[in-house]
Write a protein that binds this ligand. Structure first.
Ligand code: GDP
Length: 455
């Protein structure tokens, strides 16, 4: 077996509770890949980092392993968090093909750990769990960048027992959520069991194991979904809409199929009608060795999936993070524009006749919020993408049931006229946060208090 040229690089997302080490892990993956740069240079993309398979197998100390794998490497989305995971969509569902759920081994499961696992279950995304911060276990003797087992075997019996106990607490938590799991080196069947890898994102212990297991998961579960046609018109997802000096509004995009070229006409999802525009420039980060103060980017003529690229084009102001980006031709422009429009507008969320009103910044995050509210059996009257507007306030202020004259906003702003209106409208209660479980907890606490007051 060898790398299969018809398969693109799998896209990986890092999820988990705040402070459990997502950013540090991504930094470590980037940094260690740079340090091992002799094998195959790591490439920095816009919004993502690609670790080629050569680096991974070299890091594991056995370059011949390369022949065992069929994917060219792994592309890590640089934005951590489950919000990124749910917001960034592809036609098939989540943009990320694989995920890492990180949990602090000393702290155990926290609300965002659980939320991440629920989301992965729903999307049926293959993932590994990493039990991070093993270097914080009392008496741990660190072994920089070594594999987990090599390091574990060097620890005292007491430290090993301490790690084992904490580790099996995590296995127990996973079991309570309906997942069978086992330490990664003991998992016989990844179809039935989730591999858990003890690591330290600071010392690098266990990182090579994480990369190897991800390659293995891609091999086992993704062969059918990573097929792409390099020469077909590009299809991607907007990661971020950004103002850049001298370029105006640009969109950082992950391309997951086909090719995109300078001069191509693209259709980009927005809250109103989709944007149709022509690519002025395609930009990638400049290699580290060439960075000049003003020039962060270099222009390229074309890029092929899977890749992160910045697109500069006129009229991108209304582009929506998480929305589709499609290369079109005169023959396909109408049909694809209609498709993109319906993808954004028809978030077919079944709403109830009475219930709370919710707003979120992207289609994906709206869906995630709806799912979590449903789990709590909180009815939803209306679910929309976009900031909180004057109209929302007016509508909600007319609701008679005090439990539901509520707006729950996830990662959204309150528009200026809505802000004014809110100050004079005491009937409407607004909850806003960028963490779903906090929003839901806040609403539940409030509803409980309202109930007590009413009694
Ligand atoms: P995030 O919120 O999940 O992105 O978490 P961060 O990556 O920002 O990490 C939160 C804190 O934990 C930071 O102070 C990190 O330096 C620290 N941290 C992360 N991973 C480790 C680890 O493996 N060992 C130790 N000792 N500290 C860590």
């Amino acid at each position: 077996m060898a790398v299969n040229e018809n398969l693109r690089t799998p896209i990986v997302s890092v999820m988990g509770h705040v402070d459990h080490g997502k950013t540090t892990l991504l930094d470590m993956i980037r940094g260690s890949a740079v340090a091992e740069g002799e094998a195959g240079a790591i490439t920095q993309h816009i919004g993502a980092t690609e670790v080629p398979i050569e680096n991974i197998v070299t890091k594991c100390g056995d370059p011949s392993l390369k022949d065992r794998f069929i994917v060219p490497g792994l592309l890590f989305i640089d934005t951590p968090g489950h919000h990124a995971f749910t917001s960034l969509r592809s036609r098939g569902g989540a943009l990320a093909d694989l995920a890492i759920v990180i949990v602090d081994i000393n702290e155990g499961f926290m609300p965002q750990t659980i939320e991440s696992l629920h989301i992965l279950k729903r999307f049926k995304t293959p993932f590994v769990v990493v039990a991070n911060k093993i270097d914080r276990i009392h008496g741990w003797n660190p072994n920089k960048n070594s594999s987990f087992l090599a390091s574990y075997n060097k620890q005292s019996e007491r430290v090993k027992t301490d790690l084992d106990n904490k580790f099996y607490d995590i296995v127990g938590e996973l079991y309570n959520l309906g997942f069978n799991s086992e330490r990664f080196d003991r998992v016989g069947d990844f179809q039935r069991n989730i591999g858990v890898i003890p690591i330290s994102a600071v010392t690098g212990e266990g990182i090579s194991d994480v990369l190897m297991i991800l390659l293995g998961l891609a091999q086992k579960f993704l062969e059918g979904s990573l097929h792409y046609t390099a020469k077909s018109p590009g299809i991607g997802t907007v990661l971020e809409v950004k103002e850049e000096k001298g370029l105006g509004t640009t969109i950082d995009t992950i391309l997951y199929d086909g090719t995109i070229k300078k001069g191509d006409i693209i259709v980009v999802g927005s809250l109103g009608d989709p944007i149709q525009t022509k690519i002025r420039a395609l930009l990638k980060p400049r290699p580290l060795s060439e960075i000049k103060a003003e020039e962060k980017f270099q222009q390229v003529a074309e890029v092929t999936a899977a890749v992160g690229v910045k697109i500069s084009a006129p009229n991108l102001e209304g582009a929506l993070a998480g929305a589709p980006v499609r290369v079109v031709s005169p023959e396909t422009i109408d049909a694809i524009t209609a498709e993109v429009k319906s993808e954004i507008a028809d978030v077919q969320i079944d709403t109830d006749s009475v219930g709370v009103t919710i707003k979120a910044d992207t289609i994906g995050s709206l869906e995630a919020l709806v799912n979590e509210l449903r789990k709590e059996e909180i009815p939803i009257r209306k679910a929309h993408v976009g900031d909180v507007s004057n109209r929302d306030i007016v509508e909600v202020s007319a609701i008679e049931d005090p439990f539901y004259s509520v707006i729950i906003g996830f990662n959204v702003k309150v528009l200026p006229d809505a802000k004014e209106k809110l100050q004079t409208t005491s009937e409407v209660t607004l909850f806003r946060n960028d963490v779903i479980y906090r929003l839901i907890d806040d609403y539940k606490d409030w509803a409980k208090k309202q109930k007590e007051l009413a009694e």
